[in-house]
Design a protein around this ligand. Structure first.
Ligand SMILES: *Cc1c(COP(=O)(O)O)cnc(C)c1O
Length: 351
């Protein structure tokens, strides 16, 4: 493993505090998909130390893995109860986010079997058409035997402040919450925190912004950079004008060129869509990615630098973060982070 992924836990903790300060009530942390690819085992205790008391994963297995790290905190699974046995949740004090009538029924059966109320979060769908109960279910929902910790919904377009769906969903959620007058609410994701009062609730559920992704894409990024990805130059190639680089020769040297070969490729999350599109950095100088990204190797034009074998080129860093790389790849920062592979030497700052 020659490439190095440096993850700044202090910056992630700072980002949580920034979000918590921005949201009037409580702020959770969404740590699904191994904390957006950056390492739940390292990040979760750091967030707990910063004051976070509520954590969400997508899957039960992810929650079971981090449960011992945060014994006193609320830990909930967004994807719900099905198809697990309820005992897999109760055994670890993990709360299912219940988003269907069968999920509620199964959780109530388990509460009756145990003879004690079980904590639950109800998820209502207000426009995503993914997981969640219908608003029509709200008036006559039987949740006896359950202790409702929160009711929640998820915003469709929180990163687009002018999208009328934000207000529509907030209004729909408010109407649903009238059927649960004593239950606390959870609404905003990262971007929702920045939409103002409309989308504030008892508990915000940010994920992306914790890891440095810009929650306000139309404005400068208020979050701190959290990842740096560098790889050493394995070999320098000298090309003559007319020579090509990589599979299918999609890049042709227009001048005598020096090409740096790095030992990372699409198997490491350097998306193939970045072929001839990305810009990395050497010593402050932008170096374009040239030719096709291959599975384990990528080539960069370093003609305008004095970079040599062994020097490190930076693919992700404070000046060129996941959002910028995502733009070049035609995707979003979420996919960039969660696609980062297992072949990096991972360093944690502030562990
Ligand atoms: C992923 C997710 C979040 C976090 O969203 P970000 O945009 O990463 O802040 C919150 N709630 C639900 C239901 C999610 O699936």
């Amino acid at each position: 493993m020659t490439a190095t992924l440096t993850i700044d836990l202090d910056a992630i903790a700072t980002n949580w505090r920034t979000l918590d300060a921005q949201h009037p009530r409580m702020t959770a942390a969404v740590v699904k998909a191994n904390a957006y690819g950056l390492g739940a085992t390292q990040i979760v205790p750091k967030l707990a130390a910063a004051g976070c008391r509520h954590f969400f994963t997508a899957q039960l297995e992810e929650a079971v893995k981090i449960r011992p790290l945060i014994p006193g905190a609320m830990l909930a699974v967004l994807n719900g109860l099905y198809p697990h046995d309820p005992i897999e949740f109760t055994a670890h004090n993990i709360i299912p986010v219940l988003g269907s009538l069968p999920d509620i029924a199964a959780w109530r059966v388990e509460a009756a079997r145990l003879g004690r109320p079980l904590p639950a979060i109800l998820h209502f769908d207000t426009g995503m058409s993914r997981l969640g109960l219908s608003a029509r279910d709200a008036p006559e929902l039987d949740t006896s035997g359950l202790t409702l910790e929160f009711i929640m919904t998820h915003l469709v377009s929180a990163d687009s402040p002018n999208d009328p769906r934000n207000a529509a969903q907030a209004t729909a959620f408010r109407a649903i919450s009238r059927h649960f007058p004593k239950t606390r609410t959870s609404l905003a994701n990262s971007s929702g925190i920045f939409l103002g009062k409309l989308t504030h609730s008892t508990l915000a559920r940010p994920g992306a912004a914790l890891y440095g992704i810009n929650p306000t894409p139309h404005l400068p990024n208020p979050m701190r950079s959290t990842v740096r990805l560098t790889a050493p130059i394995l070999q320098v190639q000298h090309l003559n004008p007319g020579d090509t680089a990589g599979y299918n020769g999609t890049w042709t040297a227009q001048r005598p060129s020096r090409i740096a070969v790095l030992g990372i490729g699409y198997a490491d999350g350097v998306h193939r869509a970045l072929s001839n599109q990305a810009t990395a950095v050497f010593d402050g100088t932008p170096v374009p990615l040239v030719g096709r990204v291959s599975m384990d190797l990528t080539t960069f034009d370093i003609t305008d630098t004095n970079a040599q074998q062994g020097d490190r080129i930076e693919l992700l860093g404070p000046r060129h973060g996941p959002d910028e790389l995502a733009r070049e790849a035609g995707t979003n920062g979420y996919e960039i982070l969660t696609a980062l592979g297992n072949r990096y030497q991972r360093h944690y700052i502030g562990a």
